[in-house]
Every structure is written in structure tokens, then in C-alpha cells.
Unconditional design. Sequence first.
Length: 472
Amino acid sequence: MRKLLLASAATIGATLAMSGGAKAQPVKPVAPGTLVAHVNGYIQFEFAGYGTTDNTSTTAAGTFKLNPITTDGDVRLYPGFDAQTVDGLEYGAQAEFRTSSSDAGIRVGANQTTGSSGNAISGLDGIYVKRAYGYVGGVDSGFVRLGQTDSVFSLDQTGVIEAFGDGAQFNTDGGIASLLPSDTSIGGSNNFIYADASNLYATDKVVYITPAIAGLSAGIGYEPNSNGLKEGYGNCATASSVNTATTVDSTCAAVSSSPLAGDIGKRRKNTIDAAVMYALSAGGFATKVSAAVLYGAPIEYDGPKPATASPLIHGYDSLEVYQFGAQTTFAGLTLGANIKGGQVEDGYAFKPKGARDALALIVGASYVFGPFVVGSSFVDSQSAGAYYPGATYTSGGKKHPLGKTLDEYAIAVGGNYVISPHLSLFAQYLYDHRHQIGNAALDVSNSSALGAEEKKGASQANVLGAGLTLKW
């Protein structure tokens, strides 16, 4: 969940996490026999200037250029309620609404093909639901979450310091990193080092979180498929029901095998995750360490063998990811580190069989002093990227094997001035670099349409921005 500077300096440490992704329940403690409704939210706006290897791209159609000065922003709403029975049973519900994005020059809510005001196509309805879940339980018994929500692999992520600048760094939907062309941003703005990613939390699941005993807590979650609430049930007459207009995917949420290539390597089934965390406060230090694992199976391919090289020839490994993290806070200074690895691609996608496992590290720090916050983080990541066995690229008139590793590293630096509990200003700088030999997506300026002989397979980007956050 996106971290934001949403409080006064005196209470900032306790309120950096938005309620939609907070682990503790309820969101707002209430007295026995009462119910409290709330509608929280925020608006964020920023100016930014950026430069990337994709700012100018020359293709057979001509040259395209990006204006290096632009604006961006985000708005989110968090309606919900918290309640408690007279016997002490706590329960409630929480939702998160966001604004959607659209292609350039097409207003949100319009038909993307024509730009007319007819029926909006999927994903362009203006406001959409990102999280929606209920909870029930108690401090002594633990809590159960049901719905479209974070599971423990995300909730118990420790050591990923995001609470500075715009509150998201490269893990963003509406923040400064979303201004960058996706091929120039680590993981396409979806690097797997960030477990608080919508590929994981925007799916329907059941989660149990244990009570904390002597600082030790744990949890487990189960997700039958990778759909959210009411997704995949609108046009599922039979298991073979497909989108006949494009024939790219099944419309059924619970499909476990498919003859359509577009279904494979993206959709998952029977995802299970588990985590354990230990928290200790002593001598002025507040310390947390955690470990978690995540497993998910890809739906099976049951179509014809591809005539040309593709990941479908070999299939995909199951999603098997681990993470370890630690962080400590003393006198306003927070230091943290987190490592993740296993059978995974950016975006928590499945990796092709025969491709390398992924490994990523993030280290970061933030410091709160008076009304100010400063912070920084560094990411180093290696994954299979575009590689699969048999993948090639052409250079010098000859075919060469595609590089087996996508190397990515990134730096984020930011600061905030908290004017009031509901208003803060921020500034942030991001830099990242991506490299994989032969990966054409990272080499737009050397388009094959121009007959370029050399494919460097590298991109880089940097962006500097400033803005304000208003919250309620």
C-alpha cells in the first residue's frame, strides 16, 4: 500500500500507512456496541521534469518526442466502517477507490476507440475499486480478512522504506514514477521488490492474521484465482467461453487450463502465502524482522504447439517467492533492508521454464525532524526479463542469443515539509537504469524498423518533481 506523509510531525510515525493497507484491525478503534463510519482520502498533485532514453523515438513512421515538463496527480477514497459487539467481537469493512487512466487525448469514461461519449470500456470508468474487504476477529483471537485485500506476503513486508517524497518512489499509480515511459522504469513501474503491488492485493482471497504473542505474529492467505470481486463472472456461460472479438483470453475467473496463449503466464490459481514477524521495542529502538513465502500455480496451456520459439514451448514455472526484511527506528531515524528472490518475474508474473530465478535487494532510510522528513532508497534487481530458452535477437545480420539477465538498479531521494496534519509539500528525485542484451523494448531509439545493426538493450531515466498532498 502506498505510504504517504499524512500527519503532523508529532504523530507522523504512527500514521504513515494509509488505512486501506494497514495490518492492524480495526482501522479506527471503537467502543463495544458501537459502529463508526468513515470516508478518508487524499489528493496529490505535482509538477515534474524528466529525461529518458525514450523521450525521443525514431521509427519507420517518423520521430516522436515527449515534452520533458509535465504534471501528474492522484486521488483516492477510503470509505468503510469499524464496529464492535457488546461481547467484544470486532468487525468492519474497508474499500479503496481510485481514478483510472486512459490513453493520451481520450478523456476517462469515454470510449477509447472513438473518443465518443458512449459506453465506457473496461478499465476506463473513471472511478474503480482497488481494495474491498471485510474483517472479523479480536486482539486475542486474531483477525480474518475476506475480499479484495492484501495478504500477509504484502502486510508483513518489512524493510521497504517508502514513507518520503510522494510516498511511493518506483511503486506507484499516480506518483512521479508513473510519468516515465514504462520501458524505462524498473520493472515497467512494477518491480517485484515491492510486495505491496496490485498484482497481489487486488485479488479476492481469505487471510488469517494471528494475535501477537511476545512480539511474534504470523499469518496465512489463500487465493483461488487471480481475479477480484465480480471479475470473471460477467460472461462465463461455460468454461470455454472466450472473448471472440480478440480471442485472447477466457472470460471465466476460475479457468484452470486454456488453449489461448493470452491466458498463459499471467493468470494464476491456488495461490498461498505465509509470513511470520517479530517486533521488539527496547532501549528507544523499535525493531521488526519478518520472513514470508508465496506460491501460485499458472493455469495450464492446452493449445497447439507454437510454430515459432516462445515461452509456451517450454511452459512456465510455478510462482515461488521468498522474502526477508528488517527495519529499526530510533529517535526519528528508520533504517531498513529487504531481499526477495525465487521463481518470479517483475509484476509477480510467472517465469518461463529454463529461465533464471530472480533476486532483488532494497535498502533505505528516512529521518523525521520537526516538521521535516527526508529519505532515500536503493534497488538492485536481476531477473529473466524478456529471456526464454531459444530467444534471439538480430545484430550485424546474424541472430544471437538474447541475454539471460535483465539487470536493473534505481535510486530514490525525497523530502517533505508537513505544514499541518492535512497538508504537506514534497520534492523527489528518481534515477534508474535497465539493461538486457538484445531486449528491443529497452532500445526504442534503435528501432529495428530502421535496420539498426546494434541492439544495446539498455534504457535509463531520471525525474525530478515537487508537489503537495491534501488528506482527510
